[in-house]
Design a protein around this ligand. Structure first.
Ligand code: E4P
Length: 218
């Protein structure tokens, strides 16, 4: 399973990259705003800075919600760097834009997926990735993980190439469940990734090894 980090924070992206397990980055307009990035030129410069840190795909979201606007913005984003994946919302014009970009060989990530039907539509339109938001579903008492299972079954039934990018991941259990089901990618905060490191027996075991070593090497 590929690990993407869901942030526009360059320091966190660098930290995840330095860990050696990072496969890409996802951003969204809220994450860009959180970093105080505004104005078209700054936004484009920031995406380029992200691309310079990571080796894998970098999702950059369009703001337009009409077909022509999405095409215009998406083409401009795609020209920035070959790592850019154009992130398109799951709306009617978005589906048309997915088809357009897929025919042009430009990678896409269909965002704001909350149902299996939406994921099926996006795959039929040729999306490279679909992003089901599991954390936000859990927040409203729907089972986000169950949605990943449904999409996995549907894509496997028909051999769709679209990759399932489990998004809105909040914790290490989400990551592990997604890996068990066979999500292709997960995207989440650095904290969820780093939480995979933790186990109390690792901490106590290491402390004992070091203490025993110190005793005989004093
Ligand atoms: C996906 O690409 C989104 O950026 C993201 O995962 C949303 O996560 P959130 O629900 O934690 O905002």
């Amino acid at each position: 399973m590929k690990f993407f980090i869901d942030t526009a924070n360059l320091k966190e992206i660098q930290e995840a990259q330095d860990l050696g397990v990072l496969d890409g980055v996802t951003t969204n307009p809220s994450l860009m705003a959180k970093e105080g990035i505004s104005g078209k030129n700054n936004v484009l410069k920031h995406y380029k800075a992200i691309c310079d840190i990571v080796e894998g795909d970098v999702s950059a979201e369009v703001i337009a919600t009409d077909f022509e606007g999405m095409i215009r913005e998406g083409e401009e984003l795609a020209e920035l760097d070959e790592k850019i994946v154009v992130k398109i919302p799951m709306i009617k014009d978005g589906v048309k834009a997915l088809k357009y970009f897929s025919e042009k060989g430009i990678k896409t990530n269909c965002t704001l997926i909350f149902s299996a039907g939406q994921a099926l539509l996006a795959a039929k339109a040729g999306a490279s990735y679909v992003s089901p938001f599991i954390g936000r579903l859990d927040d409203i008492s729907f089972d986000g993980i169950q949605l990943i299972e449904q999409i996995r079954t549907i894509y496997d039934n028909y051999g769709f190439d679209t990759e399932i990018l489990a998004a809105s991941v909040r914790n290490p259990i989400h990551i592990i469940r997604c890996a068990e089901i066979g999500a292709d990618v997960m995207t989440g905060p650095l904290s969820a990734m780093l939480a995979l490191l933790n186990h109390p027996l690792t901490d106590s075991g290491l402390a004992k090894f070091l203490a025993d070593h110190a005793k005989t090497n004093a």
